[in-house]
Design a protein around this ligand. Structure first.
Ligand SMILES: NC(=O)c1ccc[n+]([C@@H]2O[C@H](COP(=O)([O-])OP(=O)(O)OC[C@H]3O[C@@H](n4cnc5c(N)ncnc54)[C@H](OP(=O)(O)O)[C@@H]3O)[C@@H](O)[C@H]2O)c1
Length: 323
């Protein structure tokens, strides 16, 4: 049997790393794509040692930069790497001040949404060729009905969101930018399903499946790297123990290995082979469940899709989903 191959953005740390480890254990070829070369090299070495799987590779990718994404995809094409799955996992949470990407967009929106939008479109031909699975990592914080310590998603329009992460660049709120980007992840996920369906169905199933995932609250990952030192200490050293103890009773809080394994299941579970356009959150122990009302807004999703094409300057010849 030919070895299956998965690309995981942000696979050198946290949930992405644990997902990479689990897939490597199951014999997959894993491509880790992140910015930090050293962290990626260490991750590759650790996974290879732990699993005796020597087909783990790291590639450099900065999702905050359109030119880096285009360079990365060119490299994949030159190496002719087949892809059976794409896990859009990487994310940032910027808590200090408004930072713009090299292309001029608020960095959280740029990395978490625009970067994955462009990457997926540039790779879609390759993914369609293998009837692949795409998994988009979102978060429960996108849903105003969930009790989290984060603000509720809110933005006035997509242009303002892209420039400020919310509605007002004079009152930058990094947590708001983050929850808004996580809502964008799901708007993108549902629109991607519709766009793929337009390319045709085989036996009533889409050629590529796309699903959304929420890991729950997963302390100990690198996501708090921009928080003040005291909060970072609690996140890195105290809360992981709490998560370990509470997780069996409270499915919304999980140790990082548990969420990573659950993410890997969405890539491998044969029962999900033909399941597309569904959301798998931690609060339902990663069984299919509805996402927020706003995430199903078809008009907003279409507008986000079109504006993302404009912002990334995606050309018709670059994506099989554009006509
Ligand atoms: N931890 C939680 O409580 C929690 C809760 C809900 C959802 N999530 C979601 O889970 C996913 C994984 O987060 P995590 O908690 O595991 O955090 P993490 O440990 O910080 O992992 C984030 C990964 O993203 C990569 N990354 C950041 N900026 C990037 C860029 N510009 N280009 C390419 N890669 C980039 C990082 O690597 P480099 O720095 O090397 O680039 C890192 O590997 C995210 O989508 C997050 O929103 C996490």
């Amino acid at each position: 049997m030919t070895q299956q191959s998965v690309l995981i953005t942000g696979g050198n740390s946290g949930i992405g790393y644990e997902c990479a480890l689990e897939l490597a254990r199951q014999g997959w070829q894993v491509i880790i794509a992140s910015r930090n070369k050293e962290a990626s090299a260490t991750a590759v070495k650790k996974i290879a040692q732990e699993t005796s799987n020597n087909s783990i590779v790291a590639m450099e990718l900065d999702l905050g930069s359109f030119s880096s994404i285009r360079r990365f995809v060119k490299e994949i094409e030159e190496k002719n790497l087949p892809l059976d799955a794409l896990v859009c996992n990487a994310a940032v949470q910027m808590n200090k001040t408004l930072v713009l990407s090299p292309d001029g967009y608020e960095l959280t929106f740029a990395v978490n949404h625009l970067g994955h939008f462009l990457l997926t479109n540039l790779l879609i031909k390759r993914l369609l060729a293998n009837s692949s699975r795409i998994v988009i990592v979102a978060s429960g914080v996108h849903d105003p009905k969930m009790n989290t310590a984060m603000p509720k998603p809110f933005f006035s329009d997509i242009e303002a969101l892209a420039k400020t992460g919310g509605s007002d660049k004079n009152k930058y709120n990094g947590q708001l930018a983050y929850v808004n980007s996580k809502l964008c992840n799901l708007l993108f996920m549902y629109e991607l399903v519709r766009q793929i369906e337009k390319t045709g169905l085989v036996n009533n199933s889409p050629l590529v499946t796309v699903n959304g995932y929420d890991p729950g609250l997963v302390p100990g990952s690198g996501l708090a790297r921009d928080y003040p030192p005291a909060l970072r200490f609690i996140w890195e050293w105290i809360l992981p123990g709490v998560a370990y103890v509470l997780s069996p009773m409270f499915p919304t809080i999980n140790p990082v290995w548990k969420s990573g394994k659950a993410l890997a299941r969405l890539v491998t579970d044969p029962k999900l082979k033909q399941i597309s356009g569904k959301y798998f959150p931690s609060h339902s122990k990663w069984q299919e469940a509805p996402s927020s009302e706003a995430s199903y807004d078809v008009e907003l999703a279409r507008e986000l899709w079109q504006k993302s094409i404009d912002m990334t300057k995606l050309k018709t010849k670059e994506s099989s989903l554009l006509h």
